[in-house]
Ligand binder design. Structure first.
Ligand SMILES: [Mn+2]
Length: 291
């Protein structure tokens, strides 16, 4: 019998696993409505909604080696969370595993990227978000969820991160970025030019073979994913995000899904998040994703 809070089909031991689920029940930097700390367990519960068999790839998730490490402890500050999470994730990369991290607010993403080993091939980050998250500091906290793309950029460099789906940004962030040059594709551009062309453009901007996806669930329109802390209209569709994941999966080295806040939700946002995590795993498995 599986514990109900284990991610579905995560029946491998840590040693056997290629994909490792980690929950981070942390939302202390949420700027509008809190609750993302309940995201990891809600996503896990909704993951049981789906068939193990994947129609498109012909693979069964139950045959893919997935392990659920459970949740991190709770933390008093974002800095403490970042330091601990980085150390939690570092050995997973070293063992050649693909972390799938469930948040938590978006402050939980930078430590997962920062844990990626230096010295080898660099990683390119597809940062899916309604917001730019490019403040140097927010409410006195450099580790706020409003600063996450900036912290990631400081790890990977401006050429190795592209923000997709953005439609909310402060003038200060736009001005700051003029001297830094982080690439972004707005939700409006994606709606105009179509997801295929937009993703191709985004992938051409990155100079890396290895990809990491950071998915703030608010990248997706609140009509589909209203269970989140800072809902923002004019968003991507679930199918847009599926397409991004499908394109990136063969080169994927890690992924996170953040900002699912189940108490604002009927359950659909958690189900969508769980389904997108499963999509990334099964697509990468089908492509024989290498390290
Ligand atoms: Mn964000």
């Amino acid at each position: 019998m599986q514990r109900p809070t284990t991610f579905a089909d995560a029946s491998a031991t840590l040693e056997e696993a290629e994909y490792v689920i980690v929950g981070v029940p942390f939302d202390r930097t949420t700027s509008f409505r809190p609750g993302a700390r309940f995201g990891p367990d809600s996503i896990r519960q909704h993951s049981w909604n789906f068939e193990s068999y994947d129609l498109e790839t012909g693979l069964s998730l139950s045959e893919v080696p997935i392990h659920d490490l459970g949740n991190t402890e709770e933390f008093g500050s974002a800095e403490d969370m970042a330091n601990a999470l980085r150390e939690e994730i570092r050995p997973l990369y070293a063992m050649g595993k693909v972390p799938i991290v469930l948040g938590g607010d978006h402050a939980c993403s930078p430590p997962v990227v920062e844990a990626y080993p230096d010295g080898g091939p660099s990683v390119g980050v597809l940062y899916l978000d309604a917001h730019m998250d490019f403040r140097s500091s927010y409410l006195g906290d450099r580790r706020s969820h409003g600063c996450s793309s900036r912290r990631i950029l400081e790890k990977v460099g401006a050429r190795n991160i592209v923000v997709l789906g953005v439609r909310s940004v402060s003038e200060e962030e736009v001005d700051d970025n003029k001297g830094i040059g982080m690439s972004y594709v707005t939700a409006h551009e994606i709606a105009r030019e179509g997801i295929e062309s937009a993703v191709q453009r985004a992938l051409n901007m990155l100079r890396t073979d290895r990809l990491y996806i950071s998915l703030d669930i608010d990248a997706i329109d609140p009509a589909y994913a209203g269970g989140t802390g800072t809902p923002e209209p004019f968003g991507l569709t679930p199918r847009d995000v599926k397409y991004i994941i499908d394109q990136a999966a063969p080169r994927l080295v890690g992924m996170d899904i953040m900002e699912v806040s189940p108490h604002y939700d009927t359950g659909n946002t958690s189900a969508l998040a769980a389904r997108l995590a499963r999509e990334a795993i099964v697509r990468r498995a089908a492509a024989g994703g290498a390290h």
